[in-house]
Ligand binder design. Structure first.
Ligand code: GLA
Length: 395
């Protein structure tokens, strides 16, 4: 591609974005994704069981509506290039109908490259055809993961030794736009989720290619350290989130067994303060009561889904202490006090005057489910090791 077209391309992408700005996600999308627990083993039966559990546990009614099949569903293409699911998913249309019959939505996964990250068929060269197939199956969500498209980007870098990174970025943005356009051309509302790990300021151009959410980081794993690093790194991205378009710090690990209950509460709290998509990643058929109470905490979900749609920011960091605030509708404010200290609890103080409540506030302790009454001046809470105190302040 001629690099002189760069400004024109971005102007086009942005203006197109305003027209294409969809409202499939007025608040951050909520649902479930197969990858964190099932990875390459996910089957039709797992997805059906998940859909059943989403209804019986109350998750659907709490807002978790997407049931997303991640990598490894893909089979072969036929002679005309039409993609088929593999033997783990004998009838995708029937599976989609089942998921829809439960009042849920179905998500799928592909890549702009020739292969997905797990080595299955990607959409390279078949974008429009794949989008049509997804629409015909009744798919409602597509996660589009960069994976092997790095090969095309490398070729592009070599072809433009004067400006290799700019050339690679243009190619990548065009590839994401191609699928965004293809999805829109189907006429079916399909929420478009970009996954390229936050490279190249995706938050700047994601809405312009039709995306509702975009990953901002590399992969999460089920450890407190990784979750904390990812979550705490997101403050500067707050201006890029808003109704219709959200930063995505990756899926939830709640319930996968690698963290303790207070650590999972910190995870869920931080994701809610970040206005992050809430995509559960655990085996819903084996959910403990503690995990269920975290994923289904209505007050935490309400913070995530607040209609004002403003992402929270870190107010301050001091050693292993982080304090976040998120403006909420009704002139309220969510305050998250975190300590990533491994071995002790800490007293953490917040000056209510400094967070916009000079005359004091009514304080709600969200995880305790208790009103703490009216406080003014300096409020001090005790936060357990690697835990959180999550407050909502109102006037
Ligand atoms: C990448 C993504 C993950 C998951 C896997 C599947 O690593 O970031 O979320 O989709 O690919 O292979």
């Amino acid at each position: 591609m001629n690099l002189r077209v760069v400004p024109a391309l971005f102007a086009l992408v942005l203006s197109h974005g305003i027209v294409a700005q969809n409202m499939l996600a007025p608040t951050p999308p909520m649902g479930w994704n197969s990858w964190n627990h099932f990875a390459g083993k996910v089957t039709d039966a797992d997805v059906r069981a998940t859909a059943d559990q989403m209804v019986s546990t109350g998750m659907r009614d709490a807002g978790y509506v997407y049931v997303n099949i991640d990598d490894t569903w893909q089979g072969k293409r036929d002679a005309s290039g039409v993609i088929y699911a593999n033997a783990k998913f004998p009838d995708m249309k029937a599976l989609s109908a089942y998921v829809h019959s439960k009042g849920l939505k179905l998500g799928l996964y592909s890549s702009p490259g020739e292969q997905t990250c797990a080595g299955y068929a990607g959409s390279f060269g078949h974008e429009a055809q794949d989008a049509q197939t997804y629409a015909a199956w009744g798919v409602d969500f597509l996660k589009y993961d960069l994976c092997s498209f790095g090969k095309q980007m490398d070729t592009e870098r070599k072809a433009h030794p004067d400006a290799p990174e700019a050339a690679a970025k243009i190619l990548m943005v065009a590839a994401y736009k191609k699928m965004g356009d293809a999805l829109r051309a189907t006429g079916r509302p399909i929420l478009y989720s970009l996954c390229q790990y936050g490279f190249d300021d995706v938050w700047q151009w994601g809405p312009g290619v039709g995306a509702s959410i975009w990953r901002t980081t590399g992969d999460i794993d089920d450890t407190y350290q990784r979750m904390d690093i990812i979550g705490q790194s997101q403050s500067d991205l707050a201006p890029f989130a808003g109704p219709g378009h959200w930063n995505d710090p990756d899926m939830l690990e709640v319930g996968n067994g690698g963290m303790k209950t207070p650590e999972y509460q910190a995870h869920m709290s931080l994701w809610a303060l970040l206005a992050a998509p809430l995509l559960a990643g655990n085996d819903l058929t084996k959910m403990t009561d503690a995990d269920r109470s975290i994923l289904l905490n209505r007050e935490v979900i309400a913070i995530d889904q607040d209609p004002l749609g403003k992402q929270g920011k870190r107010m301050y960091q001091y050693g292993e202490i982080n304090v976040w605030t998120r403006p909420l509708s009704g002139n309220r404010l969510a305050v998250g006090m975190f300590t990533s200290d491994c071995c002790s609890s800490r007293n953490i103080s917040v000056d209510f005057a400094k967070v916009g409540f000079p005359d004091g506030a009514n304080v709600r302790d969200v995880w305790a489910g208790r009103d703490l009454g009216r406080h003014s001046g300096i409020f001090t809470g005790t936060v357990g090791q690697r835990g959180v105190t999550l407050l909502v302040l109102s006037r």
